[in-house]
Write a protein that binds this ligand. Structure first.
Ligand code: ZN
Length: 333
């Protein structure tokens, strides 16, 4: 089931209490989304799907139009996650690394509800973040508060992740105090995740500077500033060791973004599929059609990819957590 912003908050809180993290997969095709949900179902785990601007504008979704892309992404994920097959899998959809001039208009529309083209139905993400890497502190605060105020003005709930310098080494605690303090005073209660720099880097490089102590310090200070428990979102997890991931979760990480390694796993599997079937893609070959159709390569990729997603979910302690999450959601209702 696809969770709304208030259900998302309850799941993050539960993850923090129970010390597990949700795998948040940056998925760039409908096939990737299906694979992630299948993996989560097999592990009985909650899971997050997230999309960046380049996916929203890509051919699978908006074909140049980010608002159309976000609506199309959300409609597809809502349809799949709310199907009987995935009724017991808590699924969160998150906007990740949205940047540039389109950021605020796009995210405001998402909070108000994006039109689906079907009668008066609208769709909204479970949780929202934006890419603040090019922003100073004042702009970062202003952008988050703009989103919170948009939600308040239209009477809808939003659940926000705030980030600062995720690729710039370890964020000083006084930055956490200034940023979260300012946002909490203007839009109290709308932040659920804090993503400071904790020594990781986006990409596939080895993560030698990661500090679980920094995660722990930030989780504590962020919660003190907010006056309620806030979990940490970890960016740049692809090159992190298994021990590093364990330590991160123990220290208070509740959401682990996974993009670079996931993309590479999928594209290398596709490369293997086509490179080992070159002859079958010739006219007249009896298997050309089965080889040429999207389903051919996608099912091959699934076989390689699913076990890796499941392994990642297990590493984060997410297996068998779906029933506990659903019980939390029943308390909300
Ligand atoms: Zn990131």
């Amino acid at each position: 089931m696809l969770l709304d912003p208030s259900q998302a908050r309850a799941v993050f809180l539960y993850a923090l209490e129970q010390r597990f993290a949700l795998l948040a997969v940056n998925a760039d095709s409908p096939a990737a989304v299906t694979d992630v949900l299948e993996a989560a179902k097999s592990e009985q785990a909650p899971v997050m799907i997230e999309a960046s601007l380049w996916q929203l504008t890509g051919q699978s979704f908006g074909a140049g139009d980010p608002a159309l892309g976000l609506a199309r992404y959300l409609v597809q994920i809502a349809l799949l996650a709310n199907a009987e097959r995935f009724r017991d899998v808590p699924v969160l959809f998150h906007t990740d690394h949205i940047k540039g001039p389109v950021t605020l208009p796009l995210l405001r529309s998402a909070i108000r509800g994006l039109p689906t083209g079907v009668e008066s139905t609208v769709v909204s993400p479970s949780t929202i973040s934006l890419d603040s890497s090019g922003m100073n502190e004042a702009d970062n605060i202003a952008a988050l508060c703009d989103l919170g105020e948009t939600a308040r003005a239209c009477g809808r709930l939003v659940t926000l992740e705030m980030e600062a310098g995720v690729d710039d080494g370890i964020t000083p605690l006084d930055v956490t105090e200034r940023l979260l303090g300012a946002v909490e005073s203007r839009i109290p209660g709308q932040l659920a995740l804090w993503a400071p720099g904790v020594g990781t880097q986006h990409g596939l490089g080895e993560q030698t500077a990661f500090s679980a102590q920094a995660v722990e310090r930030h989780q504590k200070r962020a919660s003190e500033v907010a006056g309620r428990p806030l979990g940490i979102a970890l960016h740049g997890s692809s090159g992190l060791s298994e021990a590093g991931l364990h330590d991160a979760v123990r220290a208070g990480v509740v959401k682990v973004n996974w993009s670079s390694e996931s993309l590479l796993l999928r594209s290398q599997s596709a490369q293997e599929f086509y490179s080992t079937r070159a002859a079958a893609l010739q006219k007249g070959h009896p298997d050309w059609k089965a080889t040429a159709m999207d389903h051919g390569v996608q099912s091959f990729v699934s076989q390689r990819y699913l076990p890796r997603v499941r392994e990642r979910i297990r590493l984060l302690g997410g297996s068998d957590r779906a029933p506990g999450c659903l019980a939390q959601l029943r308390h909300l209702a």
